[in-house]
Ligand binder design. Structure first.
Ligand SMILES: [Fe+2]
Ligand SMILES: [Fe+2]
Length: 383
């Protein structure tokens, strides 16, 4: 278990390298998490909790056996678009990249902005590592080609964020992360659900921020947001690929697997909700109400996911928003208990975890909305 303690950052590296277990125990808003240098930034990226981006590994042989012939026309078209590489020159600082006044920035905002960048960089790099490994291990030409193209994109994304972090005097040591960060094993079908949703929610998050700042440029606190429009099209395309992979096997989106889909939808949405509420200064500076933002992103992701999933979550159900708020409060209990330590702190933490579990069950058991799935998964980014 990574016991993240800002007073003892050096130990975190060893603890993580020795193998950590996930716990709902981190609250950047409540803890002094400001990464002041690259070592600390790497420490933050090393953390494995329910709320931080993880690295994944899977059964690469099983994934390599996927036969895409049933979706060949859509597949070839998607690969063709990815090979054309419209964003080849996009991830470079150029015109429109203004210097950021890191030294003059309000400390809490600086801390949360850096935390956002580190977390985004880790998430991008997590995709890169998984996709690259699949390309390396596979022998199926379709699969290795796709994963090679996606790894190319994610490497650019992570590198670009790291470039931005360097201006604040810090950088995530990506080589070290690859070696030392814990890898979570997921069966291929869980990789599909989790990664498909990560890509689509990533698209929805980036485009929602981009459109908001287009209307309110006065809130653009960092130039990187100007890059989000073309950037999110890469993520959209990656999501399209996972939708096609799922389409090759109807079992993946029917029967008892629908319960897994519901689980992943609930887990991905609620994680985003809790994590974003831990960055109040960041969202305030962007002029974004995190509740409004969550709703926008969930609605877009849900609408997109109808391309392949036979259910969507009932975001209007009275228990939904209440449950998210309960989960958020429980996560504060957990981090508060952890910070206090001792018997009292442990008690608070355990109670917090029980409350979080109860809140999660309460939203997971909201009846889902069923609908028909189209014959072709194909969709264009339209937000
Ligand atoms: Fe990406
Ligand atoms: Fe992606």
């Amino acid at each position: 278990m990574i016991e993240f303690d800002p007073r003892n950052l050096a130990d975190g590296k060893r603890a993580a390298a020795e193998g950590a277990t996930a716990v709902l125990d981190r609250d950047p808003a409540a803890e002094d998490l400001g990464a002041a240098n690259s070592d600390q930034a790497t420490e933050v990226a090393m953390q494995d909790t329910l709320l931080t981006p993880r690295f994944y590994t899977t059964d690469f042989d099983e994934l390599d056996r996927v036969d895409v012939s049933s979706v060949r026309a859509d597949w070839d078209e998607l690969i063709g678009r990815m090979k054309a590489d419209p964003n080849k020159k996009h991830f470079r600082k150029g015109e429109g990249w203004e210097a950021v006044d890191w030294d003059g920035m309000e400390p809490q905002l600086k801390k949360e902005l850096i935390d956002f960048l580190i977390s985004s960089c880790t998430a991008e790099f997590s995709g890169c590592v998984l996709y690259k490994e699949m390309k390396r291990r596979g022998s199926n030409a379709d699969i290795t080609e796709l994963f090679g193209l996606m790894a190319r994109d994610e490497a650019r994304h992570a590198g670009f964020i790291n470039d931005a972090l360097r201006e604040a005097g810090i950088a995530v040591n990506l080589g070290f992360l690859t070696q030392a960060k814990k890898y979570t094993y997921f069966r291929p079908k869980f990789i599909y659900y989790a990664t498909y949703l990560s890509e689509k929610i990533g698209y929805a998050r980036y485009i929602t921020i981009y459109r908001h700042l287009q209307q309110h440029p006065e809130y653009r606190i960092h130039p990187i947001f100007k890059w989000f429009e073309q950037w999110c099209n890469d993520e959209f395309g990656h999501g399209e690929a996972f939708a096609l992979l799922m389409k090759t096997d109807p079992k993946l989106t029917s029967g008892h697997n629908v319960l897994w889909i519901k689980f992943f939808l609930t887990a991905v949405y609620s994680t985003m909700y809790v994590r974003d509420h831990q960055r109040p200064a960041f969202h305030k500076a962007l002029g974004i109400d995190p509740d409004w933002y969550a709703k926008e992103v969930f609605e877009k992701t849900s609408a997109i996911s109808t391309q392949i999933f036979p259910i969507t979550l009932d975001l209007e159900h009275p228990r939904w928003q209440k449950g998210l708020e309960r989960l958020q409060r429980a996560s504060l209990n957990v981090s508060d208990g952890k910070k206090r330590g001792g018997v009292g702190g442990t008690f608070t933490r355990v109670v917090g975890m029980a409350k979080a579990a109860a809140a999660f069950v309460s939203i997971y058991t909201i009846p889902a909305i069923r609908h028909d799935v189209p014959a072709s998964t194909r969709m264009e980014p339209s937000y």
